[in-house]
Design a protein around this ligand. Structure first.
Ligand SMILES: *Cc1c(COP(=O)(O)O)cnc(C)c1O
Length: 470
């Protein structure tokens, strides 16, 4: 082999193997000892403009840099007291999945290879979970934001004058719905925000009135995006009623079940999403309550032909064959905007197979109980008040002082920051009906009731200190 035919492979596989084993140990340690570390700590800053790394650096040194400057400074979502936003906690076998996935280095845009079949198997499981027929189609994506974008692209494909189309969602819907509307080329006026009721669920009466008003005015109602578990409070829109309305008016029903899909894993919780099986499309995340490591979400589309019609393009260099490497049709590149796409399915397949859905469902139920436990503590305490019903496993509450609402808003926001900076726990903040709340989201299989208590105690301590300093 001449020197200019050298590959990028290690010259000494034995030395590489030793280093890789060390790196694996470090990765496992990071997860195994997470409880002993702060839930969050500020990361070291990196130079804004470091020089291009033109020459080589020994791999051992590169690994040390990652272990020192990156691994200890996660956002905290692997920690048992991370309750912010909606993040999944990941699982240990995700580390193994990442190694296999990197070794295979599969491009799952199409063709005939094992990764395609694993993804199809995972999609088949997801169809059963949602209650869709196996004839539906689907694709794994980076998350629900992309999944909803794909669903709306299919819903709007081949439909007339964009400006007259109307898509309805509740005033509690996730920002990804508005983003999807923009990305599929519709003006913002196409998105109609329907009022939510006192439990922050879409008001079906208001939805019907909005559809009727638009129809009378000559506009073209296209779709409803219902939410099965809002990000702020976990509210579940009345899916069955909305499904009926959509069937009667011939509207596309898309359900954002980013978090709520977790409820489908437990027989005692499953029916809370009754009606989801009647949707035209469903989007959800595996990286949230299913605990698959980032990033992976899914869209399922009932009408597979409509799905592929919205994305299929042909070219001679991408000819489908009935035999050989170019077989395997239909290709996943016909189901979304990406041609090259990674093997997200393996980590899903491994996590679901390793634990089994029953065990994952038991975790979901436990998280719901922990959230209800917190809600009881909030309700029983004279210094705190619940801000919304505890749906899914999200408890939102407010510390009160008897002072002005605006002062209490500032107080609650400051408490959240102080608890985060203390490293004890990570809650997040938000506004329910305009008032600042402390938001505790429990989609974490490492969380115990004692962790929830520790968070609440920390909140009360910071409240007391801030009130005393006034
Ligand atoms: C997280 C979330 C999304 C967006 O999902 P990503 O995976 O972050 O793209 C959409 N809707 C709801 C209700 C969510 O909680």
């Amino acid at each position: 082999m001449s020197s200019d035919e050298k590959s990028l492979d290690p010259e000494d596989w034995g030395a590489f193997r030793a280093l890789a084993h060390e790196a694996l140990d470090k990765a496992i340690d990071t997860l195994a000892t997470v409880r002993q570390r702060p839930a969050w700590q500020a990361p070291p800053q990196r130079p804004d403009a470091s020089a291009l790394p033109l020459g080589p650096t020994p791999l051992a040194q590169v690994c040390r840099a990652v272990e020192q400057d990156v691994l200890p400074y996660g956002v905290g979502n692997t920690h048992p007291r991370f309750f912010g936003w909606v993040h999944g906690a990941g699982t240990a076998e995700g580390i193994i999945a990442a190694i296999y996935t990197a070794a295979l280095n599969a491009n799952v845009g199409g063709r005939e290879h094992a990764a395609v079949h694993v993804e199809r198997e995972v999609l088949g499981w997801f169809k059963q979970l949602v209650g869709f027929p196996q004839s539906a189609s689907g694709i794994l994506l980076s998350g629900t934001s992309m999944a909803t974008m794909i669903a709306l692209a299919v819903a709007r494909h081949g439909r007339g004058d964009p400006a007259s189309l109307r898509i309805y969602t509740s005033d509690q819907a996730h920002i990804s719905v508005a983003k999807a509307v923009r990305v599929v080329g519709l003006p913002p006026t196409c998105l109609v925000k329907v009022a939510s009721d006192d439990r922050l669920r879409m008001d079906a009466g208001a939805l019907r009135a909005a559809i009727d008003a638009d129809t009378s005015a000559g506009r073209s109602p296209l779709a409803v995006v219902a939410t099965a578990g809002t990000a702020l409070t976990g509210a579940i829109d009345p899916l069955a009623t909305i499904a009926e309305l959509c069937e009667a008016s011939n509207l596309w029903l898309h359900v954002d079940a980013a978090i709520g899909i977790g409820l489908r894993l437990h027989p005692a919780l499953r029916d809370r999403l009754a009606g989801i099986e009647r949707a035209d499309s469903v989007a959800f995340d595996a990286h949230k309550w299913l605990h698959v490591p980032y990033d992976v979400g899914c869209v399922l589309i009932r009408d597979a032909q409509a799905h592929h019609a919205a994305f299929r393009e042909g070219a001679s260099y991408l000819q489908r064959a009935t035999r050989g490497t170019g077989g395997g049709a239909p290709w996943f590149c016909d189901a979304g905007p990406e041609l090259s796409r990674g093997f997200r399915a393996l980590k899903v397949w491994m996590v679901l197979r390793t634990h089994g859905l029953d065990a994952l469902g038991a975790q979901v139920l436990e998280n719901c109980r922990q959230a209800e436990h917190l809600a009881r503590r909030v309700a029983a305490c004279e210094h705190t008040a619940l801000a919304a019903p505890t749906d899914l496993a999200i408890t939102t509450f407010r510390c009160t002082t008897g002072g002005s609402e605006a002062d209490d808003d500032a107080l609650n926001e400051e408490i959240v920051l102080r608890v985060q900076e203390s490293g004890v726990a990570v809650p997040s903040s938000g506004r329910v009906r305009g008032r600042a709340v402390i938001r505790v989201n429990i989609t974490n299989h490492r969380t115990t009731r004692a962790d929830v208590d520790r968070l609440f105690d920390a909140v009360l301590e910071h409240r007391a200190a801030l009130v005393a300093a006034r």
